[in-house]
Design a protein around this ligand. Structure first.
Ligand code: 3NM
Length: 221
């Protein structure tokens, strides 16, 4: 059984803080505590993607965290990634599992509880729940609001991560709605200090988990 034990999920995106490189921002993010990393670069061509994937594979190995590739099971294989993340439009979940094998991590984006339950049935290892807030990183996709986060916290049994417009300024609301894992792109890679942004989010996740365990403990007495 795969153990997916992450709190903070960082996706590369394409818009780093001015003057910064992918390697710099992701090294900082890892240094600041990113627990899992995904390469998502919608405009890069195949060789450029492979080069970025190899760089991230090297960095994530150095820090001992899983590395996921967006959309492309073949690229995941070629770059020796730990898995692939697929959107609703990408479909091909079963094909990805067949291609990558039982040990690969397969994540699926979901935008409703119905999609979440279908992804669970399809054998996803984790799902994304979002976009919680409107975000320019995924334009045109309406926000699912905190309501879907609340539903996920009640009904989803596999690991799920809240995503979309989340940063240190609003993470508390998302954690308050029941999330225990957060994913961010712009709040981290667009920050002047990705390491600091990660540390802040990790501290908030840890505090929320602590409160929850405390409550469960008290409720159980
Ligand atoms: N997927 P930011 S929202 C890549 O809801 C992505 O499935 C989403 O970027 C989903 O942290 C999103 O900059 C963008 O808002 C997240």
């Amino acid at each position: 059984m795969k153990k997916l034990d992450f709190g903070l999920y960082v996706i590369t995106g394409e818009n780093y803080h001015p003057g910064r490189t992918l390697e710099e921002v992701m090294r900082e993010a890892l240094h600041g505590g990113a627990d899992i990393v995904q390469l998502r670069h919608k405009t890069a061509k195949k060789d450029e993607l492979l080069e970025k994937a190899r760089l991230l594979r090297r960095l994530t190995r150095e820090y001992g965290v899983p590395f996921i590739v967006n959309d492309d099971p073949e690229l995941a294989l070629e770059a020796e990634a730990d898995g692939v993340h697929l959107g609703q439009e990408d479909g091909g979940w079963r094909e990805a599992r067949e291609r990558l094998g039982p040990d690969a991590i397969i994540g699926i984006s979901t935008h409703s509880l119905e999609q979440a339950l279908a992804a669970e049935d399809a054998g996803a290892d984790y799902i994304g729940v979002g976009p919680v807030f409107p975000t320019e990183t995924k334009p045109g996709r309406p926000a699912v609001t905190l309501e879907y986060v609340r539903q996920a916290s009640r009904h989803v049994r596999i690991p799920w991560v809240a995503i979309g417009g989340i940063g240190p300024h609003n993470a508390q609301q998302v954690l308050g709605a029941g999330a225990t894992r957060l994913c961010a792109v712009s709040a981290i890679v667009g920050s002047a200090s990705p390491a600091q942004a990660c540390r802040e989010l990790k501290a908030m996740i840890a505090a929320a988990r602590g409160r929850r365990n405390g409550q469960a403990y008290e409720a159980g007495r």
